[in-house]
Every structure is written in structure tokens, then in C-alpha cells.
Design a protein around this ligand. Structure first.
Ligand SMILES: [Ca+2]
Ligand SMILES: [Ca+2]
Length: 116
């Protein structure tokens, strides 16, 4: 199972920009990896306003589109669960590569960095 996870990550890196929305911009800042960085008022959900502030300077994808990809139940907030289970479309785009590195550990490999 752990090995399978590693393979999925590797494929994610290979199909950069699979959804066609990725914009190459060397000046873009990476997305923050931690929920708390986005949740500025600590009410355990990320509003669109908080998301826009936390992702300021990120230009590789339209940030509103990105927010909508995370907000899978469409309630205009990103909850912890929605945040932690990154949609495949976002994973495939490679924009979370800075957060979704895999690390070899005894007995397999794990994804590190993304989450709360
Ligand atoms: Ca909040
Ligand atoms: Ca939601």
C-alpha cells in the first residue's frame, strides 16, 4: 500500500499541467502547506477571503478555481478534511510539489509536509 502511494506521487510529478490550467511563472510563490497558515481566524474552515490572502503571489493557477477544486461540497469553505485530501486534479498539476514530497522511510515511503 505504501509503495502504491509512492507510485501515485511519482505519476503526479510526471503529468505536470494535466488539467491544462497550469501557468508557467517562475515568479510565482509556492502555496503554503499548512492549514493553519490559511485559516487566519482559526475557526477550522478556510473562507475564500482567507484563501486569497494566504495564496497572495501564487500565479500558477487561478486562485478562485483552485479554491473551488478544494471546496468539493460547495459550501464556500474549505474544511480540514477537504484540505487534507487533495483532489487528484490539483495533485496532477504539480503545484503542491513543494508540499507533497515523498520521503523514504523504513518499510516504504510517505508523503510529507501537507496538512494541519
Ligand atoms: Ca477561517
Ligand atoms: Ca467545503
Amino acid at each position: 500500500m505504501l509503495v502504491t502511494t509512492c507510485i501515485i506521487f511519482a505519476v503526479g510529478f510526471a503529468v505536470h499541467g494535466a488539467n491544462g490550467k497550469l501557468i508557467t511563472d517562475e515568479n510565482s510563490v509556492p502555496l503554503p502547506c499548512k492549514f493553519d497558515v490559511y485559516d487566519l481566524n482559526s475557526n477550522t474552515v478556510i473562507s475564500i477571503e482567507e484563501f486569497m490572502r494566504a495564496t497572495k503571489g501564487f500565479t500558477k493557477m487561478d486562485r478562485k478555481t483552485l479554491f473551488e477544486l478544494f471546496d468539493r461540497n460547495g459550501d464556500k469553505f474549505i474544511g480540514v478534511d477537504e484540505f487534507r485530501s487533495v483532489p487528484q486534479s490539483i495533485r496532477s498539476a504539480g503545484i503542491l510539489d513543494n508540499c507533497l514530497r515523498t520521503k523514504m522511510v523504513k518499510g516504504g515511503c510517505i508523503g510529507i509536509g501537507w496538512g494541519k
